[in-house]
Design a protein around this ligand. Structure first.
Ligand SMILES: Cc1ncc(COP(=O)(O)O)c(C=O)c1O
Length: 382
């Protein structure tokens, strides 16, 4: 039976790398993992303790579609503590990760045939979700000239659009939008009646000054976030969205039918995770040390044309000088060096063949070894 036309979206090529890495490991060979976009740490200890207690005492049935009131309040408190802003709990909906926020948020914000802009390089699910929902995707390319940030002049040239998705920090580039850029983009969206979605999933994982939330600039923006990255809880599948009240109400209504509610046990963990800042900041300190290893290693290997890496845990590196398509390069590196990295094609449909994404969420020892092997390979490819 033929699947629906709308399901004909691009696959995730990184899954192929992961499968090849697994096959290699199953055959007893070593793999240094720089392809995985997730923390190598478990949920913080306080979250795991809260879960153990809840398993004994709670029924853990469905929650409301917008999530546990205590969690919505804890998220509002987080914005007050971190950013000094008040976010009404009615604007917060708990979701099954930022992925759930994207599906529900895009459904609530956009209609079939709307034109919505995404950045390239950027996280591929925005494009895939929008296409599956019947939305026309408009691509805005960002590059070295602007430190991989979109400019208002560039947005003006996109023609009439109904919406736009940006991320700060970005996956795969690590680009952070400084407050001036963020406020200019938010103001541009407000001025042009463009529904703006800002993905702040890598908030908390930055290496310069603390970064602003788009929520500080406008009440018309929709922000998505998650417990997956800073809170180190990818597999718990819990995140949130903050939206203007009518959009939040629509998201809640959609969630009632599409998911009923996010997983209750994960919401219990999420409430407790907010009290684990010391452990979470230690994770960020480790990413910072890993980043130093990877940036120094890439530079030593002559692979120094890369995006700024100001946040998240990725280095987005231009490998075009090596003369091979990045998919071919990643295959070679896995086969010959045991180094798994992600070819750029997932993140940039046009120029992805020139780029590789390295994740530095893993262990320092693995990263040092991977950098040394890459350095030797670049010096004498084979
Ligand atoms: C930029 C970005 N947004 C959203 C997601 C989805 O995250 P999750 O559904 O685990 O919260 C990811 C996952 O890697 C991501 O990198």
């Amino acid at each position: 039976m033929k699947p629906s036309d709308r399901s004909e979206i691009a696959p995730f090529y990184v899954m192929e790398v992961m499968r090849a890495a697994e096959t290699r490991e199953a055959a007893g060979a070593e793999v240094l993992h720089l392809e995985v976009g997730q923390p190598s740490t478990p949920a913080p200890a306080g979250a795991r303790r809260a879960v153990a207690a809840a398993l004994e005492t709670d029924t853990l049935g469905y929650t409301g579609a917008a999530g546990l009131p205590q969690l919505r309040q804890a998220i509002a408190d987080w914005y007050r503590r971190r950013h000094g802003i008040d976010v009404a709990t009615e604007r917060i909906v708990v979701t099954t990760g930022a992925s759930g926020s994207c599906v529900l948020g895009f459904l609530a914000l956009f209609d079939v045939g709307d034109r919505v802009a995404v950045l390239e390089p950027g996280y591929p699910c925005y494009r895939n979700d929008l296409l599956a929902l019947g939305v026309d995707v408009v691509t805005a390319t960002v590059g070295h000239e602007t430190r991989f940030r979109p400019t208002v002049e560039q947005l003006d040239e996109l023609g009439p659009i109904d919406g736009m998705i940006v991320a700060s920090p970005s996956n795969p580039t690590g680009t952070v939008l400084p407050d001036d850029d963020l406020s200019a983009i938010v103001a541009w969206a407000d001025r042009n009646d463009v529904r703006l979605v800002v993905d702040e999933i890598y908030h908390g994982i930055t290496y310069g000054d603390p970064i602003p939330t788009a929520l500080g600039h406008s009440e018309r923006v929709t922000v998505i976030n998650s417990f997956s990255k800073y809170f180190s809880m990818t597999g718990w599948r819990v995140g949130w969205v903050v939206a203007p009240p009518p959009i939040a109400a629509a998201i809640e209504r959609l969630a009632q039918s599409l998911t009923i509610a996010p997983p209750t046990i994960s919401q219990v963990a999420a409430i407790a995770a907010f009290d684990c800042v010391e452990e979470l900041e230690a994770n960020v300190a480790r990413y910072r040390r890993n980043r130093d290893i990877v940036l120094a290693g890439l530079e030593a290997a002559g692979l120094d044309r890369m995006a700024p890496a100001d946040g998240a845990f990725y280095a987005w590196v231009d490998v075009s000088e090596l003369g091979l398509d990045s998919q071919e390069l990643c295959r070679l590196w896995l086969d010959h060096l045991g180094v798994a990295a992600t070819p750029g094609i997932d993140f940039d449909t046009r120029h992805g063949g020139d780029f590789v994404r390295f994740s530095y969420a893993g262990s320092a020892d693995e990263l040092s070894e991977a950098m040394s092997r890459l350095g030797q390979w670049v010096a004498a490819p084979g």
